[in-house]
Design a protein around this ligand. Structure first.
Ligand SMILES: [Zn+2]
Length: 281
């Protein structure tokens, strides 16, 4: 079967979005103007008592400077903490004194080790990286069809980490958590299949890294759409996870459950006004 794309990885965000339609680009631009206007009236520095979980997918080569600036922005407006500490704070169910940011990454892309990890080291920050175990160690040469299937749009090629990369991230103090075996919609699976995804990925990570895998991040992450709120966090808890992270935006205050963590999606190239807008909502 002949493919019209060349099997090479996306290295810049500019390339990554090059295939977007004119309508998509227009919508992105319109939204950007609205966010810029709305951010002007907002402040992060009023009130405290929360943990926010910013999450990224990638730090492309042309996003390095932006990512570094964003880490400085967060450190200026609160304390950066690791996921073990953040989950322990929520589990304690006591008033949260201060403003905290706990950074996470989803999917398992190669630019975590080439771009994100060195910048995090410069800032002295540790984060949680959630990997899809079935994609770790794939290569564009060997696994082209599988990689093409990772995105619905089907024409983007992202390189994934290998297990040595994951061990290096763990050795640098980061958490490596599970994002399932196959990047599945848990809501579409029966209970045995869902449990197999959560349990199997946990066991693989623990075997490869030689340490406990305590945290789970749900692919796509929308309650009632991508996972079943009355089933899947319970499965996660039963098979031994301490957390279940979603993609619902917002802050997590006292009383928030570690098995239903809200997160704020970010692009590493975004400016301060975008962070200000999303972190104050
Ligand atoms: Zn994902």
């Amino acid at each position: 079967m002949t493919r019209s794309i060349s099997p090479s990885p996306a290295r810049t965000y500019r390339d990554f979005v090059a295939g977007q339609s004119v309508m998509q680009k227009a919508r992105t631009q319109a939204r950007d103007w609205a966010v810029r206007a709305l951010a002007a009236g907002r402040s992060l520095d009023t009130g405290s008592g929360w943990i926010r979980f910013p999450y990224y997918h990638h730090v492309f080569d042309d996003e390095r400077d932006g990512f570094s600036r964003q880490l400085s922005f967060m450190a200026d407006h609160g304390d950066l903490i690791g996921l073990d500490d953040a989950v322990a704070m929520l589990a304690a169910n006591e008033p949260i004194e201060g403003r905290f940011f706990c950074i996470t990454f989803d999917d398992g892309f190669k630019n975590w080790i080439t771009n994100a990890a060195p910048i995090l080291a410069d800032h002295g920050a540790t984060v949680a990286f959630f990997v899809v175990t079935g994609f770790i160690g794939t290569s564009i040469d060997q696994d082209l069809e599988k990689l093409l299937g990772f995105y619905d749009s089907g024409d983007l090629l992202m390189e994934f980490l290998d297990w040595d990369d994951c061990r290096a991230l763990a050795a640098a103090g980061h958490i490596v958590g599970s994002h399932t075996q196959g990047h599945v919609h848990l809501a579409d699976l029966d209970i045995a299949e869902a449990e197999a995804e959560l349990k199997g990925s946990k066991e693989t990570i623990e075997a490869e890294l030689g340490r406990a895998c305590d945290h789970f991040c749900c692919p796509f992450g929308r309650e009632g759409v991508d996972y079943l709120a009355d089933r899947d966090p319970d499965i996660a808890s039963r098979v031994g996870y301490k957390s279940f992270l979603t993609t619902r935006r917002g802050k997590n205050g006292v009383g928030a459950s570690p098995l239903s963590i809200r997160r704020d999606h970010l692009l590493a190239g975004w400016g301060d006004y975008q962070l200000k807008y999303f972190f104050s909502g």
